[in-house]
Design a protein around this ligand. Structure first.
Ligand code: ATP
Ligand code: MG
Length: 561
């Protein structure tokens, strides 16, 4: 089957090649994949890679992708995480097959399979404590030792397993283990634990169960129950694949999904593990899971990222078999590429300096029109009020401008974009601080729209906002959360030591064009010459709009580092 989206351009990745072959040979009629998050945190950009792969394949090959919560670890899981994960997958633009699924839906089936393994002499109840287990397990160089409980008769094992289930033993006293090979060079095959006792309420099954199945045992059987054809996971599961296959082969299940591993996404200037993200939230280094500096899907959404930019990013980085670190600039560029086309243009002066036009009528407010998009006339224009007093950007004026400075300064004429040409007259300074306070100019009444009537050349064009009609707003200027490319590089240094103290700088006095009051929720716009911005839905109030800087116009990080 032809992969429509990629045909003709990029070669298919190794997973799509395998799937294509399986469809060609008739091994499968259509692929069934799954995305299996553990509901113990919010999804991050790394998960987006897995989501785009699993759901993407289902879309491209007319298959299905299940959303399955891997909820076998009741102490760390919450319904709030389940809901956030569903929201994020939908926001990225994907639809799971039927209702979402939960590993906990299969607890009874998994228990029955475990009983079957016991009856076959392939699993046993072990009473070694955690420390003994470690000792008996051996190391990469030394083989393990058999547990003294390994050869219990099946009936005794069944009885003990039932008692574990009934809550008759305390936590840690008994486990159910597979009986495989204590001398295997693969430690995962040295009689791995299948069930442990946990006296913990489960977010879905309540206190029904006193024993919970381990991830490796649960995952292969859940895949099998759902008829998954290709079980795609990250490289660290490669050494678990023999166990995945052992469980299914031993139980002679009717369906045997194929596990395929791919490289996880690592991004520069951030950390990805949910455990570390949780620590940043709990220790208040960020404000929440959806703090706009976090590389969580919810953080990126609040920051102003678009689903398309994230999907395009996942397409660009592709799927391979060796771990690598992707530059943050790659993600930001996908965002710029998308927003450059989709975002409406607006004006906001971030660091205002007052300009007074001496020859402009005192109370006149004119309407000039600004283009919503310079390359897309279909997006139309919008009114911009022009008045005697305006604000321009403080760094658009220089007292002693160097030669190639084409903005405002003594002796200079500059174009106020969409407004008029203005000529410098004078400026005033604060006597104590020496800070420039006001600029006086005159305007050319014949130059409305910014065109010189006599065709004279005015090189510089700057943005401005009417002082009379402009709206004061707060702007969060975000930067990278960490100062170094790999905050986890040196294990001896806590990753939090590398936090960038300048990752959030709040500008209180910005002045925006009044049209910004009408932005749609979730709409990201370009502030001309400044970057892309969106309204922060959490910090904004009816009295004060707060903007987030989504991304700068250019990649300036390399220059300022
Ligand atoms: P974390 O280490 O962040 O806690 P995890 O692997 O424990 O991640 P899960 O909820 O188990 O998180 O992940 C769900 C799916 O997403 C898994 O199939 C996992 O392999 C995949 N995944 C997680 N992190 C990444 C990543 N950085 N790149 C690609 N896929 C990932
Ligand atoms: Mg996991």
């Amino acid at each position: 089957m032809e992969n429509k989206e990629d045909s003709g351009s990029k070669p298919l990745d190794f997973i799509r090649q395998i799937i294509g072959d399986d469809l060609k040979t008739g091994k499968h009629q259509r692929p069934v994949t799954r995305f299996p998050p553990e509901p113990n945190g919010f999804l991050h950009i790394g998960h987006a890679k897995s989501i785009c792969l699993n759901f993407g394949i289902a879309d491209e090959y007319q298959g299905n992708c299940n959303l399955r919560f891997d909820d076998t670890n009741p102490s760390k899981e919450e319904m709030a995480y389940v809901n956030s994960i569903k929201k994020d997958v939908e926001w990225l633009g994907f639809t799971w097959s039927e209702k979402e699924r939960y590993a906990s839906d299969y607890f009874q089936q998994l228990f029955d399979f475990a009983s079957a393994l016991i009856k076959m002499g392939k699993a046993y109840v072990c009473e070694l404590n955690a420390e003994q287990m470690r000792e008996y397990r051996g190391t990469l160089t030394d083989p393990g030792k058999k547990s003294p409980y390994r050869d219990r008769p099946a009936e005794e094992n069944l009885e003990l397993f039932e008692k574990m289930k009934a809550g008759q033993f305390r936590e840690g006293s008994h486990v159910l283990r597979a009986k495989i090979d204590m001398e295997s060079p693969n430690l995962n095959m040295r009689d791995p634990v299948l069930y442990r006792i946990l006296n913990v309420e489960h977010h879905r099954t309540g206190d029904t169960w006193k024993i919970y199945p381990m991830y490796d045992y649960t995952h292969c059987l859940s895949d099998m129950i759902e008829g998954i054809t290709h079980s795609l996971c990250t490289l660290e599961f490669q050494d678990h694949r023999p166990l995945y296959n052992w469980v299914l082969e031993t139980l002679e299940t009717h369906c045997h999904p194929r596990q395929i591993e791919f490289a996880r996404l690592n991004l520069s200037y951030t950390v990805m593990s949910k455990r570390k993200l949780l620590r940043m939230v709990e220790d208040r280094h960020v404000e929440s899971w959806d703090d706009p500096r976090m590389l969580t899907i919810s953080g990126l959404r609040r920051r102003g990222y678009t689903p398309d930019s994230i999907r395009n990013f996942c397409k660009t980085i592709g799927v391979g078999k060796s771990d690598s670190r992707i530059e943050m600039g790659v993600l930001e560029n996908e965002l710029r590429n998308d927003l450059n086309v989709s975002a409406n243009r607006k004006v906001c002066v971030l660091d205002p300096l007052k300009v007074i036009i001496d020859n402009y009528p005192e109370d006149l407010i004119e309407e000039v029109r600004g283009k919503n998009h310079p390359q897309d006339p279909d997006k139309g224009t919008r009114p911009l009020p022009f008045s005697k007093e305006l604000y321009i950007e403080r760094n658009d004026f220089m007292e002693e401008p160097p030669k190639k400075y084409f903005r405002l300064g003594p002796g200079k004429e500059v174009r106020l974009k969409y407004g008029y040409l203005v000529q410098y007259v004078s400026h005033t300074k604060n006597k104590e601080s020496g800070e420039i306070e006001e600029i006086h100019c005159t305007y050319d009444p014949e130059s409305k729209g910014g065109f010189a009537p006599d065709g004279r050349k005015v090189k510089g064009t700057i943005h401005w906002v009417s002082a009379a009609k402009g709206v004061p707003v707060t702007v969060n200027m975000y930067d990278r959360l960490f100062k170094v490319e790999n905050p986890e590089a040196d294990k001896a240094i806590d990753f939090l030591e590398h936090l960038n103290p300048q990752s959030k700088v709040v500008l209180q006095g910005a002045i925006a064009e009044p049209g910004l009051l009408e932005l749609q929720p979730g709409e990201t716009v370009q502030f001309e010459r400044q970057g892309y911005f969106c309204i922060d839905p959490v910090e904004s109030t009816t009295d004060n709009i707060v903007f987030n800087r989504t991304v700068t116009l250019r990649d300036s990080w390399e220059l300022t580092k």
